[in-house]
Design a protein around this ligand. Structure first.
Ligand SMILES: [Zn+2]
Length: 205
């Protein structure tokens, strides 16, 4: 894996200002509530845009995208976002702080499934969006625990929609035919949220 030789990082006071720094007056963002602050990246160009004064240049999530995406492209959304959140946090918060929020989301929404969440169709507005990103990180962390970097590299090669990724998930997290992916999702969240595991634990094979 070769990291980019050069990264341009623009640190600005808002997301809009960050886009303007690279010549875009307007950029249609994803759905959901927008604080006006946040990080973005253009991995193919080696550009990191950081428009969140609450975090400043320490917006590691986007650096992870820019460093890894050229090598691991196209990958899948769960892997790409999961690695970025696991290593670089989400919305300025380390993954470790996000797991208890995911647990709260699950207890507030006892019938929501992991498929609903990854499709972007789960209730809860920005809490659902945070839960989705944190679930991606939970999956990546679990695969790393089980099979280390080789397992993550195999997972990165699963291409397709969230349905294709979910269909392959049991083999990557080690479920038997009798165990459901939703049961695993809630149990694994409970485990990491209550144990407060380190964001990058030692490899266990
Ligand atoms: Zn991201």
């Amino acid at each position: 894996m070769t990291p980019p030789a050069h990264i341009d990082a623009y640190v600005t006071a808002s997301t809009d200002e960050a886009w303007r720094a690279v010549g875009l007056d307007f950029f249609p963002d994803g759905s959901g509530p927008d604080t006006g602050f946040g990080g973005r990246s253009i991995p193919a160009a080696g550009i990191v845009l950081i428009g969140d004064p609450r975090v400043g240049e320490d917006y590691l999530h986007e650096f992870v995208h820019v460093v890894l995406s050229p090598t691991l492209h196209p990958g899948n959304a769960v892997f790409n976002e999961g690695v970025a959140v696991w290593l670089g946090g989400h919305d300025g918060h380390p993954a470790l702080q996000m797991y208890p929020l995911l647990r709260k989301y699950q207890s507030d929404h006892p019938t929501v499934t992991i498929a609903q969440l990854l499709h972007g169709g789960a209730p809860g507005g920005s809490a659902a969006s945070d839960a989705m990103y944190t679930t991606d990180a939970l999956i990546v962390q679990a695969i790393f625990h089980r099979s280390g970097i080789p397992g993550l590299l195999r997972f990165a090669k699963v291409v397709g929609s969230s349905d294709s990724v979910l269909a392959r998930l049991p083999e990557f997290v080690g479920l038997t035919a009798k165990e459901s992916i939703d049961g695993w999702w809630r149990a694994e969240t409970e485990r990491v949220a209550s144990k407060g595991q380190s964001v990058v634990p030692p490899v266990r094979r």
